[in-house]
Design a protein around this ligand. Structure first.
Ligand code: UT7
Length: 345
């Protein structure tokens, strides 16, 4: 049996040597809801201050979806933009993967709802749950389907309506999160640029650092579970912070090592947008300059699986990255999970 992955991962930059196969990122798109929630408004909801939020996190505002706007709606808007930028029609899509921790409902999957909304009748569809690392996990899975020639065109989406699981009475978490979606079309385009490698990791021993207890089989929704506010996310901020810096550094280094690249060759580092201090610490440990780091969390806060997907779209849209540039994505989230990817744009 031919082991294409071994060859690809041994030296991903030589991927064109493997039967001309490459996993191209043919287009990207993103969408954030219109409603902007500022730090000043949060000062009126919980005991906090713009000064605390800004200095501890770097966040100034976040977007909040409307009451009748769901994760599948955000995902669909981002997907349509990615399809337009790739020049791909709904009929061409073979597979839809939606990374999310805030699906419209436990089942059917949000991916199936997106399939219906965009009219991708031929596509298989499923959701993936790797919290804030979901977009990288989804890219890696899409790449496997493409390089094995199972599918030619895959729509990958990271989408969240985190405002639906945010406890607006908990100042430790409610200032951090926002809603949004980002999408990418991955295609088998022989001898083209694209995803060079993706690294994924997890540590279930630390699953109690960031979680939502209610709503699953362990704690189904009851009057008591609602009264105990178990349907909101909870986080041990300090411990999560330490794990994030460590895991993001090692995932990024592993991705670079696999591609035989060093950080100076990377045009743009796009880290998960959780906290400016985490981004700066990871950047420093990797030896990246501030100019290399892409940061947009002041506008959106932490949008979990959508975070790096939105940032990638904005980096492309703003001209921060040009065709041929190397991009390093690096993520971290509940699970714990983490990941990194190198893209030749
Ligand atoms: O996306 C998944 C990954 N997520 C992350 O990686 C997030 C990781 N964690 C963090 O970003 C930071 O830990 C936080 C931003 C969540 C918190 O920052 P911190 O510097 O770790 O603060 P802390 O939790 O140690 O809290 C310091 C103080 C506490 O008061 P006391 O106990 O020292 O009196 C908190 O009660 O700040 C207080 N505090 C606040 N004060 C004003 C916590 N939240 C707030 C708030 N406004 N919103």
């Amino acid at each position: 049996m031919i082991s294409y992955t071994t060859q690809v991962f041994k030296n991903p930059r030589a991927k064109h040597n493997f039967q001309g196969q490459s996993c191209s990122i043919a287009g990207v798109g993103s969408y954030v809801p219109e409603r902007i929630l500022t730090n000043a408004e949060l000062e009126k909801i919980v005991e906090t201050s713009d000064e605390w939020i800004t200095t501890r996190t770097g966040i100034k505002a976040r977007r909040i979806a409307a009451a009748d706007e769901f994760t599948s709606d955000l995902a669909t808007k981002a997907a349509l933009k990615a399809m337009a930028s790739a020049g791909v029609t709904a009929e061409e899509i073979d597979l839809i993967i939606v990374a999310t921790i805030t699906p419209d409902m436990p089942f059917p999957s949000t991916a199936c709802l997106v399939q219906k909304k965009i009219g991708a009748k031929r596509a298989a569809a499923f959701d993936l749950e790797a919290a804030c690392s979901g977009f990288i996990y989804a890219l890696e899975i899409a790449q496997q389907f493409i390089m094995s020639r199972t599918y030619k065109t895959v729509l990958v989406i990271g989408a969240e309506k985190l405002s639906s699981i945010t406890d607006w009475k908990d100042r430790n978490t409610c200032v951090l999160f926002g809603d949004g979606a980002g999408a990418a079309i991955l295609q088998n385009r022989p001898n083209s640029h694209g995803l060079l490698t993706a690294v994924m990791g997890a540590d279930g021993d630390k699953s109690d650092l960031l979680f939502m207890e209610g709503g699953g089989s362990r704690c189904p929704a009851t009057v008591d579970s609602v009264n105990a506010r178990m349907h909101y996310l909870r986080m041990e901020g300090k411990e999560t912070f330490k794990s994030a810096v460590q895991a993001m550094q090692s995932a990024a280094e592993e991705a670079l090592r696999r591609c035989e690249l060093n950080i100076t060759q990377i045009k743009c580092v796009i880290p998960h947008q959780a906290n400016r201090r985490i981004i700066d610490a990871v950047g420093e440990r990797l030896g990246a300059t501030p100019e290399q780091l892409f940061v947009n969390l002041e506008k959106y806060g932490n949008t979990s699986a959508a975070s790096v997907a939105i940032a990638l779209d904005e980096a492309v849209e703003s001209g921060r990255v040009q065709r041929g540039d190397l991009i390093l994505l690096v993520v971290f989230g509940a699970g714990l999970t983490w990941g990194a990817a190198v893209i030749e744009w």
